[in-house]
Design a protein around this ligand. Structure first.
Ligand code: PEP
Ligand code: MG
Length: 321
């Protein structure tokens, strides 16, 4: 079966009744971008830019960042999307040269875009570097991590606009946010109405932790942390609806996008793009092809009325995966 999936890795992922789902890769840098092309990726749905900042003595300069983003863009086939996530540190990802101060509860403190808004000396150079790299052929998208409120988004967008104007940038980089905090799903309509906000990408790892108030790193609760919990699927489904109403799109870049059991349900909820770990790409494409969109929609309906993640998983039996 694996050989058959691999043989079709470069073909698009289309359901048996014609709905196309973009299957793209999660990457940490240029080597991954190249590797993803050999596994059938149709672009990059998540460049975890913090990988460029971690494990160094100091921050990469603006020029260094331009080179890295441009190299990633050039590693993709022309016209493929490259979604760059701005620096996502804090919480479980400390940076030695950027002390954020002691916090009792770092997962509820300075994390993700909050770091960039609190320390514009980190986010502004990154925005400038992305703008300068934006002419390298790939379709560039930028998304901000850990957005919780409309104000987070508006402040990040304002910073983007200021730098774009300062650089005299006239191209089009599409902007979006990670949906990792439940408030974004609850407020999906209001977010979808924001001008200049083009897409959501669901960070199901953090979204699950924050929705269930369970840390997957904590052995006492880890077994119960399942992104197929109906609460998470409801947030995704309602966000998809709100975005589609405005002609915008939604992807999933957390671990659940690489979970074959979840794939037909996510497709049925209206997810347009699945951003997967590189080795999972051929089998996730095969999983999309194995269903009709109609079947996916009835699976999604059944998932949304399920009481537990176990009930959800029973809808897509493992032996069929
Ligand atoms: C997520 O939270 O699902 C996500 C994709 O972000 P991270 O890099 O924190 O896994
Ligand atoms: Mg996350």
């Amino acid at each position: 079966r694996k050989a058959a999936e691999y043989a079709k890795k470069d073909e698009p992922a289309v359901t048996s009744d014609g709905r196309r789902v973009q299957v793209v890769a999660n990457i940490g840098g240029v080597d991954d971008a190249k590797e993803s092309q050999t596994k059938g990726a149709e672009g990059v749905g998540l460049l975890r830019s913090e990988f460029i900042f971690l494990g160094r003595a100091d921050a990469p300069s603006e020029d260094e960042q331009v080179a890295i983003y441009a190299d990633c863009a050039r590693a993709l086939a022309p016209g493929q999307p490259l979604v760059i996530r701005t620096l996502d540190v804090g919480g479980d990802k400390p940076l030695a040269y950027l002390p954020l101060g002691e916090e009792d509860n770092p997962f509820l403190g300075l994390r993700g875009v909050r770091v960039g808004l609190d320390r514009p000396d980190t986010l502004r150079p990154q925005i400038r570097a992305i703008l300068r790299a934006a002419d390298e052929g790939a379709k560039l998208h930028v998304m901000f991590p850990m957005v919780a409120t409309i104000s987070d988004w508006r402040r990040a967008k304002a910073m983007w606009d200021e730098e774009a104007e300062d650089l005299g940038y006239r191209g089009k980089v599409s902007l979006g946010i990670m949906m990792e905090v439940p408030s974004v799903g609850v407020m999906a309509k209001q977010f979808a109405a924001e001008e200049g906000l083009d897409f959501f990408s669901v960070g199901s790892n953090d979204l699950t932790s924050y929705t269930l108030a369970m840390d997957r790193g904590n052995a006492k609760v880890a077994a119960q942390v399942d992104a197929c919990d109906p609460s998470i699927l409801a947030l995704i489904g309602q966000a998809a609806e709100a975005l589609h109403e405005k002609g915008k799109w939604i992807g999933v870049c957390g671990g659940v996008a690489s979970d074959p059991q979840a794939v037909p349900i996510l497709v049925g909820l209206g997810v347009d793009e699945l951003s997967c770990s590189i080795p999972a790409i051929p089998s996730i494409k095969a999983k999309v092809r194995a269903y009709s969109y109609r079947e996916c929609k009835s699976l999604a309906d059944a998932a949304l009325t399920s009481a537990t993640p176990e009930e959800v998983r029973a809808l897509v039996p493992l032996d069929e995966v």
